[in-house]
Design a protein around this ligand. Structure first.
Ligand code: SF4
Ligand code: SF4
Length: 981
């Protein structure tokens, strides 16, 4: 609210004092009179901080007579005016209001800081990392993605339900939210409610980590105005008084204005205020230099025409950011009409709107729509809506479209809003593919959001602005959150907007090439597809970075929907489907209704299956595997493959599981995480032999509320497991320091990673009050260290008040029980491999604690066996005799993966799914080596984190199996042709 008495009338009055700050996303200004009247302005600078400062000075007629003080480090880049640090200004403001909080929180656009305070003095600063995960700005970005204003979003969140999202990393969170929205698993209101809730939780965790009194907490920064956030924060900080002042949104500049009143001099002459800014970033070549490599064929809509009485196939690409639909002429292969709209988190509504647009294009003409296909991340839901039409994987749909466009295509780059894909071809057949792993730094949404939220540039203007740049900034190939921070820094340093935009465009190309293509083979000619390909500057950046010829077809954004229509036509031509009669006007009628819900009892996942009715027909929808999709679409039950992961779990947990001890000494809890999924027989036998019963932890997602620092997902799960065991009253928790597992023949070590080795200490720090309940002997199974292990187990019995011999005997029995299991498991493995290496099978290679527990593996084995493939866990494979071993591979589990890779190279019927976790140390070092080894094989790389949406995961697994099938089909055809000739 502007106090007009202080605006023009107070111009140049030295009795008015001003404070100013340039932040990551906004400029804040305040003017205060001696009498205490205040006016303020908080303006998003959108990449023009200097211009915004000038606007404010002009609007309020700030002149030489004003006394001004600046704060915020970046402000010094622009103004030669007296400067005070932000913390000093905050202290000054609180002193003015005579407030002495215990904690002051500053909630900025990009970072949060918690200031523990005593007697009005800041004693410490705890700040978030550079990563923008879950800051207020992140929420603003997500609201814009869903087409909501900040005010509307906050209001809407009140009607939402809390849902699970991977909120610890902004990039994963965004992809999680998008996939869940597209699958219809939640609403935009739910997403916003969850983001605000989790933001409050994070802030409360930061406050807790300060280990400081928190009776009175004061908030500063724009987020303080969000009442839903405040309610949530109060929920976590029940005993604290949380105070928001009218000046909270600009508290630091208010403090700066207080310092201004102490200045002896008025401001220097206005001409001297603005400093010459220096941009501390390296520049690179102009994008236009790569023009000779780019064949940009993009056409306008005017080329499309509907033929009266024509036969058409409807192709829909229901993507995360945009929805596209085409009417594809089945006879002359032309696109008769198309629609391209934003999905805005509601794929069904977006599809309906696209169909309405197609109806308008058809006008009075009469056409037959003989088939319909749908692809994209919301394909399953949309296929039900479109009368249960065929759904196709995005990779294959784009591949099909690409081959039609350029028959001898060898490489496709497809950059969409949220997902990016790479496909390589051999003689027109896709043989390899890759997708981004949750990271959005090589996707369109990253470019679009950075340009629009930080610089106010609409998507259609990005290309022209970027191409104008003569000195693009080199942001490099990095995490999206870090590039965002650098972008803001560059703008704060006064970089030209066009150089920043061109730098961003280069980053998209660099991230794509380094993260998605990686070590894979790029061909000679790249076909660049997806909505982002409409942006000519990105094509230039790709051409420049790859030094290949890049073709952008006439309608790169429609290639998924065209490919889908072509795939539907292929099925018709091959006699796999028959013609149907789709009527656009009927397809936009009616809403999907939820009918009876039931549980599938076919496996332990016990999925909820929703019957959905549309236009009088009912379809089963949902489930973690392909069972109901195949049933719905093909009307047949596929014969499932063998699930050896399940067999492994049964053998280990049921046959070699814990016994009930009568008259036990108590209960020892065993977290079912990390090495418990390998050494389970040893652990439970040892506990039983000590005279205790075993309590197994139940899966809990509450782990991340207890972690004190960022850690990998499996270690986060240990926190949840320990919390569960403590809550259920376990007397002790058995959580050993595992040093080394068995060393396979030929290797020198069999280490576990440092996080696994240190987990007991990490847990003790997180559960300070229960730390004495944690039993942590050092355990190593290599021959040299077995005696030491027994000594450690002896120490456990002593610590429990038992005779030392009991510990040693229990240890010996436990080790031999484990060896018995290992032997049996290896024998089973040998038998099964002999049986299965001749049938299509998939080895899942990763840590047993990620790939085996059904609560963690996102139903990966089920997803594969429901398509008819056998699934083999990597640790079941007997070591190959003739294999070479890599000296650098010192970890037990990656040695198993190395062995699995060798199997795949040796037996053509075996394929491999490499599974890793976000931020896993050993994998970061060694996985690129496996990727190189697997060059030429079709393999799948998956990362599992706390994200819960299965759609993206399903797309990757589905594409992997589709491509294997395509390759096999092609091979069979070639063999047949060879025989016939
Ligand atoms: S994973 Fe598949 S088979 Fe198992 S319960 Fe879910 S839908 Fe049924
Ligand atoms: S191996 Fe990787 S995923 Fe497993 S605990 Fe260590 S860092 Fe985490």
């Amino acid at each position: 609210m502007i106090d007009t008495s202080l605006s023009k009338s107070s111009q140049g009055d030295p009795q008015c004092f001003e404070g100013l700050e340039v932040g990551a996303v906004s400029v804040k200004w305040v003017r205060r009179s001696l009498e205490g009247h205040v006016i303020s302005e908080v303006k998003r600078h959108e990449g023009y901080p200097k211009e915004k400062i000038q606007e404010i000075f002009h609007k309020y007629q700030t002149n030489e007579k004003s006394k001004i003080t600046i704060t915020g480090h970046a402000t010094k880049n622009f103004l030669n005016l007296p400067y005070y640090a932000e913390a000093e200004c905050l202290e000054k403001a609180l002193l003015y209001f005579n407030l002495k909080p215990d904690i002051l929180i500053s909630l900025g656009g990009e970072t949060f800081s918690v200031y523990p305070m005593k007697d009005g003095i800041i004693k410490n600063i705890i700040a978030t990392t550079k990563c923008a995960a879950g800051t207020g700005e992140f929420i603003v970005q997500q609201l814009l993605r869903m087409g909501m204003t900040i005010e509307d979003g906050i209001k809407a969140s009140k009607n939402g339900q809390y849902t699970q999202l991977a909120t610890r990393c902004s990039v994963h969170c965004k992809s999680d939210a998008t996939h869940r929205l597209n699958k219809g698993e939640c609403t935009p209101e739910d997403i916003i409610k969850t983001l605000i809730h989790d933001l409050a939780r994070k802030v409360s965790e930061m406050i807790d980590s300060a280990q400081w009194p928190k009776d009175l907490i004061i908030l500063s920064g724009g987020v303080a105005l969000n009442d839903v956030f405040l309610e949530n924060l109060q929920y976590y900080l029940v005993d604290s008084e949380i105070k928001v002042l009218p000046e909270s949104p600009f508290l630091e500049v208010f403090g700066a204005s207080l310092y201004a009143s102490e200045l002896q001099e008025v401001a220097p002459a206005r001409g001297e205020w603005f400093s010459k800014t220096t941009v501390e970033f390296v520049n690179q070549k102009s994008l236009i230099n790569a023009e000779s490599l780019l064949d940009y064929r993009v056409e306008s809509d005017t080329q499309k025409k509907i033929v009266n009485n024509g036969q058409y196939i409807l192709g829909v690409d229901a993507g995360s950011t945009t929805t596209k639909a085409v009417l594809f002429n089945a006879l002359d292969d032309t696109v008769g009409a198309s629609a391209y709209l934003r999905t805005l988190g509601n794929p069904i509504l977006a599809t309906k709107k696209c169909l309405k647009k197609l109806i308008n294009s058809v006008g009075e003409k009469r056409i037959d729509i003989i088939q319909c296909g749908v692809t994209g991340s919301a394909r399953e839901m949309v296929s039900v809506y479109l009368d249960n039409c065929r759904s196709f994987n995005e990779i294959l749909a784009h591949a099909r479209g690409a081959v039609e466009e350029v028959p001898d295509v060898d490489t496709v780059f497809e950059i969409g809003g949220q997902d990016s894909k790479f496909i390589s071809f051999l003689k027109g057949v896709p043989i390899d593919y890759a997708m981004n792993e949750g990271c959005s730094a090589g996707t369109g949404s990253f470019l679009e959001e950075s340009a629009s939220v930080d610089m106010g540039i609409p998507v259609e203007k990005i290309s022209d602005i970027a191409i104008k740049s003569t000195n693009p900034i080199a942001f490099g190939e990095r995490c999206a959150a870090f590039i965002n921070t650098d972008l803001r820094n560059a703008l704060q340093q006064g970089a030209k907007q066009e150089d920043v935009v061109a730098g961003l465009v280069y980053s998209i190309a660099e991230n794509y090439i380094s993260r998605i293509v990686g070590p894979r083979q790029m061909g000679k000619t790249l076909l660049f597809l997806g909505g982002v390909a409409l942006n000519k500057s990105v094509g230039l950046a790709i051409a420049s970075r790859s030094q290949r010829n890049v073709i952008v077809p006439a309608h790169p954004e429609l290639m998924g929907s065209v490919g889908t229509a072509l795939m539907a036509r292929d099925l018709l031509q091959e006699g796999i489907t028959s013609e149907r009669d789709f009527v656009l006007k009927d397809l936009i009628k009616g809403d999907m209704e939820l009918k009876k819900l039931f549980r599938c009892k076919a496996c332990e996942n016990n999925c909820e299956i929703q019957n959905i009715s549309i236009r009088g027909k009912v379809y089963p929808f949902g489930g973690l595997c392909s069972k109901y999709r195949l049933l719905r679409q093909k009307g047949i039950k596929i014969e499932e493959g063998q699930d050896l992961v399940e067999l492994r779990n049964k053998l280990m947990i049921e046959e070699f599981g814990a016994q009930h001890v009568e008259e036990s000494l108590g209960t020892i809890g065993l977290p079912m995480t990390l090495t418990s999924h390998s050494l389970f027989p040893l652990y439970v036998k040892f506990i039983n032999e000590l005279g205790y019963n075993v309590m197994l932890s139940k899966h809990s997602r509450l782990g991340n509320t207890k972690t004190l620092a960022s850690i990998c997902y499996p270690c986060e799960l240990v926190h949840g497991a320990v919390l569960d065991l403590l809550n259920r009253g376990a007397d002790y928790i058995f959580l050993p320091h595992v040093i080394e597992l068995e060393i396979p023949k030929g290797f020198k070590h069999g280490y576990v990673c440092p996080s696994t080795g240190m987990i007991p200490d990490i847990i003790r720090a997180a559960f300070e009050s229960d730390k004495d309940k944690i039993i942590s002997p050092h355990i190593a199974l290599s021959k040299d260290l077995i005696e030491t292990t027994l000594k450690e187990l002896r120490r456990v019995s002593v610590s429990l008040g038992l005779n030392p011999k009991i510990g040693v005997n229990a240890g010996k029995k436990a080790i031999s029980h484990y060896r018995e299991f290992s032997k049996k498991y290896q024998e089973l493995g040998k038998r099964k491999i002999d049986e299965l290496k001749k049938t299509p099978s998939v080895i899942i290679a990763g840590r047993p604690y990620v790939i085996c527990p059904s609560e963690v593996n996102l139903a990966l084995p089920r997803k594969i066996i429901s398509r008819g493939y056998n699934v083999i866990p990597a640790d079941m494979l007997p070591p190959l005799k003739d294999r070479e071993v890599s000296e650098r591979n010192v970890w037990h589990f990656t040695q198993q993966i190395e062995n699995a890779v060798k199997y795949v190279k040796k037996y053509p019927n075996l394929n491999i799914c490499l599974v890793s976790c976000f931020s896993c140390g050993p994998d970061a070092i060694i996985y690129h080596h496996f990727r190189q080894e697997l060059a030429g094989n079709t393999f799948c790389y998956l990362e599992i984190d706390s994200q819960t949406a299965h759609a993206g995961f399903e797309t990757r697994v589905g594409a992997f199996l589709d491509i294997i099938e395509e390759r096999r089909r092609k091979k069979r055809k070639e063999t047949l042709l060879a025989v016939m000739s």
